[in-house]
Ligand binder design. Sequence first.
Ligand SMILES: *[C@@H]1O[C@H](CO)[C@@H](O)[C@H](O)[C@H]1NC(C)=O
Ligand SMILES: *[C@@H]1O[C@H](CO)[C@@H](O)[C@H](O)[C@H]1NC(C)=O
Length: 529
Amino acid sequence: MSIALDGLLFAVGWAHVLLAPYTKVEESFNLHATHDVLMYGTGPSTLHNYDHFTFPGAVPRTFVGSVILAWLSKPIIQLANQQGLISQKADMQVIVRLVLATLNALGLILVRRAASRRFGRLTGVFFTFLSISQFHLPFWMGRTLPNMYALLPVNIATSFLIDRAPNSMKPPKMSTIIAIALLTFTAVVVRAEVVLFLVPVVLQSLLLKYCTITDVIKVGFVSGVLSTALTILVDSYFWGDYYTWPELTGLYFNVYQGKSAEWGTSPRAAYWTTHLPKLLLSSLPLSIVGFFLDQRIRTLLLPSFLFIGLIGGLGHKEWRFIIYVVPIFNVAAARGAKWMVSLPKRTILGRLLFLAVISLLAFNVLVTYFFTLTSIHNYPGGQALALFHQLYPQGQTRPPPHIHICNLAAQSGASLFLQENAPPYPSPSYLASAHPVTNSTQWTYNKTESLSLKALTSSKSITHLISETKPDNQVQRDWKVVASVEGFKRWDVDTSLLKAGPRDLMTKSLFDVVKMVSEEKLWILERKR
Ligand SMILES: *[C@@H]1O[C@H](CO)[C@@H](O)[C@H](O)[C@H]1NC(C)=O
Ligand SMILES: *[C@@H]1O[C@H](CO)[C@@H](O)[C@H](O)[C@H]1NC(C)=O
């Protein structure tokens, strides 16, 4: 039983990776850092090749997570290669993402086990069903966002905060201390916003006498100093600076200087009114049931409430900043669902509540189906570059293509893992069947930003474009349209069907009524000679 539930958490994480293998701009720093660690190694002589020196971004980010992810992925890639499972460099990206999804599934499994022990096995079962039927967490847990790196230590901490005998008055002191140590590490090294979760956890632990103030000072000091040393050592090395502490720089830049507000702000309550409902789906109503039902759930949810309240004070809001509370709400929701299905089925109420839980889970599945389908079609850049490699087999085009990759393509999937005909090439231990690329057949992938079509046309060395501008007749004088790639535009509801009589409707499914509309997003252009 337990194994089957674990299997579901792994399988759903992996399925999302395989369904949508390409990545977006938010993931690209960590994805490219992982790429560079895998391809160049971490020796000082190769560091200058790293992508972050070309595209440094607004603030430095930590390399700690990506180095660990690359080192964990390396033996898996080599093993897959020995089994003949790798046929192109892009497969390495899929494996890296599968490894990350696996790690985050492990974190969720720890939370599930703790919840089973504390609130009963059925709660663990519902925790799994709720988690896998949601969209955001399963879809993103295999994506190299910094928040998804932070999710693992936070989930381990969460499992320590939950795990104890059902009726115990207090957790073992060591559990609280480990949780505080992990959250401190995460806040210092990976994501500074986690400090807003750490503070309520610490205050609650002190008030409920789970540990003493001396304990907190000791563990905070030890974990804080070690974590700071780690990030400064690692990141100063990779950023080639005397002193780099990315999360502190980010805090200064985004919060103190208020730069994050430039990305847009939303009202204080937005996390409650939009982000949380979207992340939780039907776990939201169910967690309210759990909240009123069980004192232990109220105690568990309190730090999450305070966290969302505190982080709501920052103008710039994104769902990923509060992803850490989703497993905690799912435990609360699972507790509520357990109660609802446990009432005697003889009574009308018992049957109704049972039905309600089933409907809520079905609702999750339905919403997730549409979200997933939308997202699969949201990576035209990855699709375009993959298509490009199919259209122009390596070694057969002379001169070798010099492709300009437009901004949209670069941001929607054209990652370094996909640029297979230019260095760095995978070593034979990663990709045995690598076709030999010589200097004379080597491609150039050019991501220079803000070049107009006119400028691109006049810079003669560029032979091909992946362009986001619809090619008009003027453009087609110089460029041949080779292919186009479509992407998601919107969902259309076929209202004519809704107006139709009930008998017509019976024969139609929901999928006839709701249709995805796509549009051309990118064009592959070849220079006319
Ligand atoms: C390829 O070019 C690099 C420098 O651009 C050079 O060091 C290397 O020797 C060349 N290799 C071959 C096979 O020509
Ligand atoms: C990319 O194209 C621009 C514009 O032609 C050019 O200035 C730049 O050197 C190119 N970059 C590479 C790496 O070839």
